[in-house]
Design a protein around this ligand. Structure first.
Ligand code: NDP
Length: 463
């Protein structure tokens, strides 16, 4: 596939029935693959979501994706506006907003949508925040603010003030949206004139980038008394979870909501467009928990090594833990100690199922107990879907990949492997690798080819 040349290195080997993806620059830290792959995994759909690093030649990238059969794409910074020129159709709301974050495959190309807007609306609904008839103060007038202003009018807000450092940017949004809705409900306000806003009770929505960086000091309006007017404060930023704006709002006793719900819901709405499915609350909640764990989880500083036997998980894990000053834990070792039996004996006397249940229990227990630990997992542990999800919540998952030849060289002569006992060890390795590799890739945030690397080189790559 041509478009794969833009895929981040870690995704180049992925083999799935169909593909989704995201175009952006930068793209390394996007949460979207985790969000969408968790949905696919839970729905049993063989779809992989791939981040593509697209810096320029957007038209060519869109064409390639279409020719390669990519069924849907997200578009993020800096391409949300520019991509509109390369689509065969654009949803009306996205056209008015002037930004597209979702491409849906149709005849001859892609149709563009903006799911940020309904995504935030759904997040507010989930928090019990009613826009219909409400007064709103928006802080900020950038690209995301256009979607927020559209949302406010679309969902029936009574009055909206857009407060911005640069008055002209706020005025442009207000003019465009008032015109689109045939109303005068939005009013622009230059930030220094914030006192002109009438005293009332407001939903405040923070749409500037102030707070993205930990040392960002005060919100756009620094005057504390301004926030007495907020009964709920919403920040589009989700990382960090607490921004100067949210702290201010909370200090006034108002409800504070960050942008993770918006991220979740814009993704779910896009996924529903692409796959013609309806995501229920239980799955939506599950994905939210996975995202939370990844973005804020106290235990996300763990490093989890997955891979087939002989991939070097234990040797690499121990050396890596030494290098980082982390603890080391091997799930097989742990089970042996708990059960006071070798793995061979557990398999022989209690059966594989029993052993697999032990593995799931161990991962569950680790989730609430471990931080700053390198965890080496048994080769079969990621085969269970629940284990893969738990591993993702536990920390950064790294797949140490080794070919069948390398594996054979490393494990032949070793009798501790119950699943390889008997004749034809090489064939057994090939068959098991074929079955297991997709699951390892599914579980992994990062894949490292270990065939030609020393332990030290693998550790360097991880670090
Ligand atoms: P833009 O760059 O388009 O707009 C930035 C806005 O912040 C402008 O209003 C700008 O004001 C203002 N601003 C930036 N720095 C300052 C400063 N030092 N002082 C005062 N005002 C400032 O960004 P976006 O609209 O694309 O994104 C805004 C935020 O929303 C980002 O933090 C982004 O992470 C978040 N977001 C979250 C999403 C989610 O799913 N949760 C989705 C999309 C965005 P001016 O006009 O004067 O330059």
């Amino acid at each position: 596939m041509n478009i794969m040349q833009y895929a981040l290195d870690n995704y180049k080997e992925v083999d799935a029935k169909s593909y989704l993806g995201i175009f952006g620059d930068p793209i390394l830290h996007t949460m979207s693959p985790l969000l969408h792959d968790t949905l696919s995994l839970n729905l049993g759909l063989d779809i992989k979501y791939i981040p593509f690093h697209i810096t320029d030649n957007l038209d060519q990238a869109v064409k390639m994706a279409y020719e390669d059969g990519i069924k849907g794409l997200n578009i993020t910074v800096p391409h949300k506006q520019a991509v509109m020129e390369h689509l065969v159709d654009i949803d009306e709301a996205a056209r008015v907003i002037g930004a597209v974050n979702t491409l849906v495959r149709v005849d001859g190309g892609y149709k563009g949508y903006n799911t940020d807007m309904p995504g935030l609306a759904k997040a507010l609904l989930d928090e019990g925040v009613e826009l219909n008839g409400a007064n709103v103060i928006m802080l900020g007038a950038g690209g995301a603010a256009r979607a927020v202003a559209y949302m406010c009018l679309n969902y029936g807000a009574k009055k909206v003030f857009i407060v911005n450092r640069t008055y002209d940017n706020a005025k442009k949004i207000a003019d465009d949206m008032n015109k689109a809705f045939g109303c005068k409900r939005i009013q622009p306000v230059e930030a220094i004139d914030y006192k002109t806003i009438p005293k009332d009770e407001y939903i405040m929505i923070q749409c500037t980038s102030i707070g993205l960086h930990k040392d960002d000091g005060l919100p756009l309006v620094a005057d504390e008394s301004f926030y007495d007017m907020a009964y709920v404060g919403v920040d589009l930023i989700y990382n960090p979870s607490q921004t100067p704006f949210l702290k201010m709002v909370e200090s006034k006793g108002a409800k504070a909501v960050n942008g993770l719900g918006m991220l979740l819901n814009q993704g779910i709405i896009a996924y529903e467009y692409w796959n013609n499915v309806k995501i229920g609350k239980a799955l939506s909640d599950k994905v939210y928990r996975v995202l939370c764990q990844k973005v804020y989880g106290h235990d996300s500083d763990n490093i989890v090594l997955v891979g087939y036997m002989g991939a070097g998980k234990t040797a690499v894990g121990k050396a890596l833990a030494d290098r980082l000053g982390y603890d080391f834990l091997d799930t097989d070792e742990y089970i042996v100690q708990q059960e006071k039996m070798t793995i061979n004996d557990i398999f022989a006397q209690k059966g594989e199922q029993y052993f697999r249940d032990l593995e799931t229990n161990v991962v569950r227990a680790m989730k609430s107990n471990l931080t700053r630990t390198v965890i080496s997992t048994g080769g079969g542990l990621p085969m269970r879907e629940v284990n893969r999800i738990l591993l993702g919540e536990l920390g950064k998952v790294i797949y140490l990949k080794a070919s069948a030849e390398t594996t054979y060289k490393r494990v032949s002569g070793n009798n501790d492997r119950p699943l390889l006992a008997g004749d034809n060890m090489y064939d057994k390795i090939c068959n098991m690798l074929e079955a297991r590799m997709p699951k390892y890739i599914d579980a992994a945030d990062v894949v490292i080819e270990t065939d030609n690397l020393t332990i030290q080189e693998i550790i360097d790559k991880i670090v």
